[in-house]
Design a protein around this ligand. Structure first.
Ligand SMILES: [Zn+2]
Length: 239
């Protein structure tokens, strides 16, 4: 079986320097649709190039403020990745559809159909973010409107919580960021053990890949170990 790599692209300029933190926040809250420019998504580019060199595929979810430009789209295509929307305004079906309409208006983004939800219901993460986390609602919208919502944001507390349900939906995942993991389920070896028998979903944020060495090291370790155990790393589309 396989590791399904989910990548939530949260930060337009990353957060690895103070300037980038500020620039990210300004674009997120004031100019989300601005099409730019120097430094935009360079941290993501670095991560995709790493994945492409390693033969690792994944599903990349973009907020409107981190929509892929042509360079990113080319890299995603080159690596055989899937991409979609990282949903922020999930207040109503209307706001959901409006966010899709905006996302589809970016060049070459019209065919995207898969989405994940930004935030897990605890904090309001920006001006356009609806913080409440309601996965049942998203599953329903996906079914009604022809979209795919393959995984939720639950933090698995043990290996069996990584299993998909009878509809193929993964409510929980394993976070590559060590600080986001459940206290009782932190070991990458346990994830690899399960992934030999069935598909499991892991989640990483490119801003943390760049800014946090522990996250990056654990990602490198996971990829290296998956390779040596012959466990493919794939997108939701490839499963
Ligand atoms: Zn997010």
């Amino acid at each position: 079986m396989a590791i399904i790599l989910r990548v939530d692209v949260d930060k337009p300029y990353g957060k690895h320097t103070l300037t980038r933190r500020i620039a990210s926040k300004i674009k997120e809250d004031f100019f989300p649709l601005w099409k730019l420019h120097t430094g935009y998504l360079t941290h993501l580019k670095e991560m995709i190039i790493f994945c492409n060199n390693q033969g690792v595929r994944g599903t990349f979810y973009h907020r409107l403020c981190t929509a892929p430009n042509q360079e990113i789209l080319n890299l995603l295509k080159e690596g055989g990745h899937q991409f979609g929307l990282h949903l922020e305004n999930s207040k109503s079906k209307e706001s959901f559809l409006l966010e899709w309409e905006n996302f589809h208006s970016f060049p070459n983004c019209l065919n995207a159909k898969t989405f994940s939800k930004h935030g897990s219901g605890v904090h309001k993460l920006g001006k356009y973010h609806y913080p409440i986390y309601e996965p049942e609602k998203y599953i329903q919208w996906a079914n009604e409107c022809g979209y795919e919502y393959p995984s939720g944001n639950g933090i698995a507390s043990c290996a069996s919580e990584l299993y998909e349900d009878e509809n193929g939906y993964y409510p929980n995942l394993f976070w590559i960021e060590p600080s986001y993991r459940h206290q009782g389920f932190r070991n990458i070896d346990e994830v690899l053990f399960v992934a030999k028998k069935r598909n499991v979903v892991v989640l990483i944020h490119p801003c943390n890949f760049k800014a946090d060495s522990e996250t990056r090291d654990d990602f490198f370790l996971l990829i290296k170990r998956a390779k040596s155990e012959k466990i493919p790393v794939i997108s939701f589309l490839n499963q």
